[in-house]
Design a protein around this ligand. Structure first.
Ligand code: ADP
Ligand code: MG
Length: 311
């Protein structure tokens, strides 16, 4: 007999001991209760993943659990928020215990790494759909937003881009000699939680790259009413991505492929020395609107859209 809704929740989603000091009441009542310390704001974000839209049917459930949480923690990171807790709404076509167990393992292992409590959720039957709401703390009035970039700011990335895009290409049949890191970045990205918190008081604007650098930096430019020029030669690219480009000529891929979950942020030149060492400067914010790329001394306009649902 399949597990009931309540025993399913009990069995797979209540294994975690409470880790976070803000959790006053976790799973089991009509609401969870959270304490918000003085001097902080609550950062709240939600992301949904739908089978056949955000992930392939038959995706490894442990990796899926990890990625579902990672994409939500990444949104907290991009505002400089420290993650506290999450809720999880799952809609399942049927109860598959092996699938649920692996999914919960991927999800809760990452949660544990950042002392994030799973404090509630909802469980329903239907087409496979996974929704997380993530809650974090950010010092009052100091969150990193998309609208705060200033002309003259340097633009940085928290790490390599294009590896997740390469991972997707490998999944779709591209023959790569060094696939491991690309597949890891695509299937189990690490959210830049620590970097995000280090950028409070350092960065002006910040965003996480879910849809591709050009598209996501585009949101900063639009909301800050500025433009930018990137330097192709400064982009942090792995050897695997460089050899993919050499092999295919598809040099635009790292600029337009999504799923990297690095942070892209802007910093005024006076604060450049405070940027964490692992981050890479890739360009500059300019008054002229639009996004430009300086590639071998030739400046071209980048006209790039990310993935849009309903279009
Ligand atoms: P209600 O009927 O009041 O919405 P539910 O029966 O849906 O309550 O849920 C019972 C408890 O289990 C609640 O605390 C809810 O937050 C939690 N819960 C339900 N589904 C999940 C899930 N997938 N993950 C974590 N907690 C869950
Ligand atoms: Mg419910």
């Amino acid at each position: 007999m399949p597990l009931s809704e309540f025993s399913l929740i009990q069995r797979f989603f209540t294994q975690q001991a409470v880790k976070n000091a803000s959790t006053c009441l976790g799973i089991g009542d009509d609401c969870a209760l959270l304490a918000i310390p003085n001097g902080y704001e609550l950062a709240i974000t939600t992301d949904t993943m739908v089978e056949n839209v955000h992930f392939f049917k038959d995706t490894n459930p442990e990796q899926l659990g990890h990625k579902l949480l990672a994409v939500n923690l990444s949104d907290l990171a991009s505002m400089g928020a420290k993650p506290l807790s999450v809720t999880l709404a799952i809609t399942l076509p049927s109860v598959n215990e092996a699938w649920l167990s692996a999914f919960a393992k991927g999800f809760l292992t990452l949660a544990e790494r950042y002392s994030v409590d799973l404090i509630g959720g909802d469980t329903t039957a239907g087409a496979l759909t996974l929704t997380v709401q993530a809650l974090g703390l950010v010092p009052r009035g100091r969150a990193l937003t998309r609208s705060a970039a200033k002309v003259g700011d340097f633009i940085y990335l928290s790490g390599n881009i294009g590896d997740a895009g390469l991972g997707l290409k490998i999944t779709q049949g591209y023959d790569c000699t060094q696939p491991d890191n690309a597949l890891k970045q695509f299937n189990q990205p690490d959210p830049a939680c620590d970097t995000g918190q280090m950028l409070i008081g350092v960065a002006n604007a910040c965003i996480d790259i879910s849809d591709g650098l050009a598209s996501d930096l585009g949101h900063i430019l639009q909301q800050s009413h500025v433009g930018a020029c990137l330097h192709w030669e400064e982009l942090p690219l792995s050897d695997a991505v460089l050899s993919y480009i050499q092999d295919t000529g598809d040099w635009i891929m790292p600029l337009v492929a999504g799923d990297d979950y690095q942070l892209c942020f802007t910093v005024s030149p006076e604060k450049a020395s405070l940027v964490p060492n692992h981050c890479q400067k890739i360009g500059i914010i300019e008054a002229q609107h639009g996004l430009r790329l300086n590639k071998s001394g030739i400046i071209q306009t980048l006209e790039v859209k990310g993935y849009e649902h309903f279009s």
